[in-house]
Design a protein around this ligand. Sequence first.
Ligand code: BGC
Length: 760
Amino acid sequence: MKYNYKILFAIGTVFFSAVNMHSQDKKTKEILSQLTLEEKAMLVVGTGMKVNENSVNGAVGATVGKVNGAAGTSSPIERLNLPPIITADGPAGLRIDAIRKNDQKRYYCTAFPVGTLLASSWDTALVEKVGKAMGSEVKAYGVDILLAPGMNIQRNPLGGRNFEYYSEDPIVTGLIGAAMVNGLQSNGIGTSVKHFAVNSQETFRTGVNSVISERALREIYLKGFEIAVQKSKPWTVMSSYNKINGEYASESADLLTGILRDEWGYKGIVMTDWFGGRNTIEQVKAGNDLLMPGTESKKKAIIQAVGDKTLDIKDLDRNVENILSLLFKTPSYKNAKYDNNPDLTGNAQISRNAAAEGMVLLRNKNVLPFNKTQKIALFGNNSYDIISGGTGSGEVNKAYVVNLDQGLLNAGLLLDKTFADKYRTYMETAKKAVPVRTSLLETPKPIALMSISAGDIENLAAENDVAVITIGRNGGESHDRNIDLDFNLIKEEKELLNAVSTAFHKVNKKVVVVLNIDGVVEVASWRDSVDAILLAWQPGLEGGNAIADVLSGKINPSGKLAITFPVNYSDVPSAKTFPGLSTEKRPEKALYSEGIYVGYRYYDSFKVNPAYEFGYGLSYTTFRYDKIKVNSKEVKDKLTVSVEITNTGNKSGKEAVQVYVTAPDGKLKKPLKELKAFDKTKLLSPGAKQTLSFTINVSDLASFDTDESSWITDAGLYTISIASSSKDVKKTITFNIPKEILTKKLSHKLPLKEDLEELK
Ligand code: BGC
C-alpha cells in the first residue's frame, strides 16, 4: 500500500497540536482551580520595579528571577511551581545590565540598527534574520519576552520614538513587524508588539487623548498591528499609555477585546506599558491581562473589587488563564537551560550587514563609491562618536561602537590622519565634560562642533581628495524632537557644510554628508551644496563599518525611505496639530485632523512636493522594469501582478519594488495611491533579471466606511503602479472590480466622542 506521507504528517501534526492544546487547557483549568484569590491577583500584577540587588549601578528592574536589568517580571507562585515570566526591552537589541556585582563576566548584547533603518531595507527576510539573531540573545540570557518591536506609525517627523518605529505606512510597519516577530519567536521566546495604539508622540504620552476618526484608526494606526498579529502571532501585545477618543488604551475593552481578540482572533496576552492607565479594575475588565511592572495597591484593588462584586471573578479568571497559557510556553517555565553566552561575534556581523542594507543613498553626483586612492578629510563630531541607537528603554548595553574613522580605516580607505587625530582629541576631552545622565530618559546634549578656521579648511581641501561630514541627531523616549534643534540643521552645522563645500568645490573636490540621525531632518535648503548624502540612520554597534561598506561600494546601497522627507516642517500634514492642542508640556488632546492623509498619502494626494519622497533611494546601479502582468482583468477575490526587473548598470545590486494601487472613488474619497505590497530582488549582477510577483486580496483594497462600520472594496477601475518610489512609477496596469464587495462588517469601536474636522 502507498502512503501519502505529506498528508499523514499534516494530519498527525493537527492531531498532536489539538491534543497538546487540550492538555494545555486542562492544565490551565487545573491550576486555576487551585489558586486563591490573592494568588490570582498576584498573577495579573507584576512584581514592581525595584533596584536590583546585584546591579552595580543601581539599575531598576526585575529583582525576582535571574536577569539583572530586565524590565520586570510577572509574580511567581512558588507553592504551585509557577516561576516568574521575565521581560526585558527593547526594539534594537536586548537591554539588560552588562555589569553585575562581584562578577567579572560582562553581559553585553548586540546593538542592532534601529527600527527605522530596518524598515528602510524593505527586506522582510533580512529583518527576520535580525530578529532571529536578537532573539538568540534573549534566550541565551534567560529572558522570556522581549518588549519589542515598536510598531506605532511615524505620524510626524518630531515623534520622539520614531527611530524605534518602522514607517509612516501601515503595510511596511505590519510586514516588517511580522518578520521581526517571526524571527524573534523562532527562538522559543516571546515578543510584545507595542505600543497598542495611536501612541505616535511622547509629549504627555501618559495622558494625552488621541482624537481620531474610526477610519484613520483602522486604516492607518491599527493596520500594522493587525498584519503583525495575523502573520506572526506575537505572544504578547503592550497597550499604550495614551487615551484614544477618551478611553485609556489599557482600559479599553473595544481595543483589547473587541478589536484585538474578537475581530483579529488574537490569542496571546496584553500587558500594560510600565505604570500605564489609571483604573486598575477597568484594565482587568478590558482584557489587559498583566499590569506591569505592578504595584501592591493594584493587587489590593483587585482583591477588594472581587469582594465587593464590582469586578466579576470571571474577568479575573480569564486574564489569569491567559497568563498561565503564556507562562507554560516560556523558557522559564520549561526550565530551559541558558548559558549567558550568545554568539556576539556572529550577531555583530548580522547587525553590520543589516545596517548597510537599510541605509539610503539620497544623493550621489558622481562621487560614490570611493576608491582606495582617495584621501578623505573626515569632519563632524559624530564621525568620531557614532550614535548607534536612541535613548530610553530601547538603549542597549553593548561592548563597543565602531566609529566612522575606524570603519573607513578598516575598509582600507585613506584618511587624513592628522586631522582625524585632532578631532579625536577634541571629542575625547569634550565627552569627559558632558554631565553624567541622571536618568535613562535623558538624551545627552550634543557636543558643540569643533571649530575649524577657514584657513584650515582650505588646507584640508588642498591636501585631501574628498570631504565626508557626519551630521548626528540623538533622541529618545519621553520627549519629542524639536523643530529648531532636531529637524532643522543648527547654524553651526550649516556653516560647517557651507565652509567645507565652498573650499572643496573651489579646488574641484567633492563633499559627502552622512546623516547619523534618529528622525527626519530638513535637507532641501542645503543638499544642492553637497555632492552626496548617505542616510545612515542609527546603525547599531557596527555603524562605522557598515557606513564604510556602503561608501566603499562593498555593499551597493538598496535602502529606500519608509518615511517622507518634507521640504519644510510646515508641509507636514500634522504640523499644526502635533503634539497637541497647545504647545504646553501636557496637551490634553491631540487632534488627528489629517485623518488617513499621513505621509505620502498626503503629499501625493494634495500635490505637496517633498524633498525626498516615501520609497525613494538611489543605487550604484540602475534597473529596468519590464513585462508587467496581471493574472486577470476582472477581479473577484485576489489578483497576482508580476514584473521583471533587470539590472541595467555595471554593478551588482538589489532593487526594492513597490506596488501601489489607485482605487476609484466610491462613497469614500481615497488617497491618490496606497502601497499594497513590496518585495526586494536578490543581488542581481549586471544584466541579470528577476521576476517578482505579488498577490493582493480584494480585502487589501478595502476602505473603512465609518457610517457602515464596514470594510468596503468599491466597484470600478483600479490602477496598479509598479514603482521604484512613490513618485517614480515605472509601469502601470489596470483591472476592474465588477461589483462592490463588503469585505467585513463590524460594529463601532472607539467611536469619536466629539466633532473632528478632518482633512478631505
Ligand atoms: C516604555 C516601553 C518599555 C517599558 C519597559 C516604558 O517606559 O514606554 O516601551 O518597554 O518602559 O521598560
